[in-house]
Design a protein around this ligand. Structure first.
Ligand code: SAH
Length: 286
């Protein structure tokens, strides 16, 4: 009797336990099956393989900006965003060229870490490479296109010429300090800017052999607008230059189709003065 009773009690407990388990599991099983059927749960997301993530990591490619030798691209992007775009320059072609031009290669080695900062920097011979925003502002005012022949007065480091090279047809750049003309030419050649032509000479005379120019940019300040440069401007052309002595202003000089010249003042600026050669230079094509 005792034996029978014990078996009955045990089987009762067993069946109660089964019911309890079934009751607890039934609902989750139904829910999971519904999700499977409706496609909310897929094999991929339900059980990601070990070591993988449902959110694929960005692929690091050969052109990734994080490559060690391309550190400067991050700096150039920030320079464009914070110093240039935020000050209202929006020409995407120009911004893209400035993002892709390694400005640190145009400054002397000790300054390469500051090349993307919001300031001009010394390039030797008492000269400076202009602040990035000024380069952008002048280039923007110049309104260059791929067909244009551009004259630059004041090659300096070659940076402004490099920016123009990617936006214009041909760039002719004159520099009065012979060593600067030579080093800028060597650097631009080395970097493959084959549409930039640099010569050592006096920018007050322009570049008569290559005139007339669609655009002229002067990156040192003459006291007044040099007449030879106005003459070398094509009808329909434009020149951007700083003018003045102690107090300088940035000007845009435009020549209309019939040759009439008009001038517009943009803003106050501070440039190195344009140098009058003490004795006439014998310019050489470098
Ligand atoms: N555009 C340059 C900035 C140059 S600073 C750059 O991107 O780095 C001005 C330059 O004008 C100096 O290199 C200076 O030597 C040059 N310069 C001054 N007077 C000049 C003249 N009469 N003719 C040509 N270049 C001149």
């Amino acid at each position: 009797m005792i034996q029978i009773r014990f078996t009955t009690v045990a089987s009762r407990i067993k069946s109660c336990f089964k019911q309890w388990i079934a009751g607890r599991l039934l609902l989750p099983i139904i829910l999971f099956a519904t999700l499977l059927i409706t496609g909310f749960v897929t094999a991929d997301t339900a059980l990601p393989p070990f070591g993988s993530s449902p959110f694929p990591a960005p692929k690091i490619t050969a052109s990734s900006v994080f490559q060690e030798n391309e550190w400067w691209k991050v700096e150039a992007r920030n320079m464009v965003r914070l110093q240039i775009k935020q000050r209202g320059i929006e020409d995407e072609r120009l911004l893209q060229v400035m993002r892709n031009t390694p400005r640190h290669r145009f400054v002397p080695e000790p300054y390469s870490g500051s090349a993307y900062s919001d300031s001009p920097l010394p390039i030797g011979h008492d000269q400076t490479i202009s602040q990035p925003y000024i380069v952008a502002l002048m280039t923007n005012l110049l309104d260059v296109d791929q067909q244009h022949n551009v004259l630059e007065v004041g090659t300096g480091s070659g940076y402004q010429a490099a920016i123009l090279a990617r936006l214009a047809g041909e760039v002719y750049s004159i520099e009065i300090v012979q060593e600067l003309a030579q080093s800028a030419k060597a650097l631009l050649d080395d970097m493959g800017y084959d549409n930039v032509h640099v010569k050592w000479g006096d920018g007050y005379q322009g570049w008569p052999a290559e005139k007339p120019f669609d655009r002229i940019i002067v990156t040192a300040a003459p006291e007044k607008i040099p007449q030879a440069l106005v003459e070398q401007l094509k009808p329909g052309g434009k020149m951007v230059l700083p003018v003045g002595d102690q107090y300088q202003v940035l000007k845009v000089v435009s020549k209309n189709r019939s040759g009439k010249v008009s001038k517009k003042t943009i803003t106050g600026v501070r440039f190195v003065p344009m140098i009058h050669p003490e004795k006439p230079l014998k310019p050489e094509d470098k």
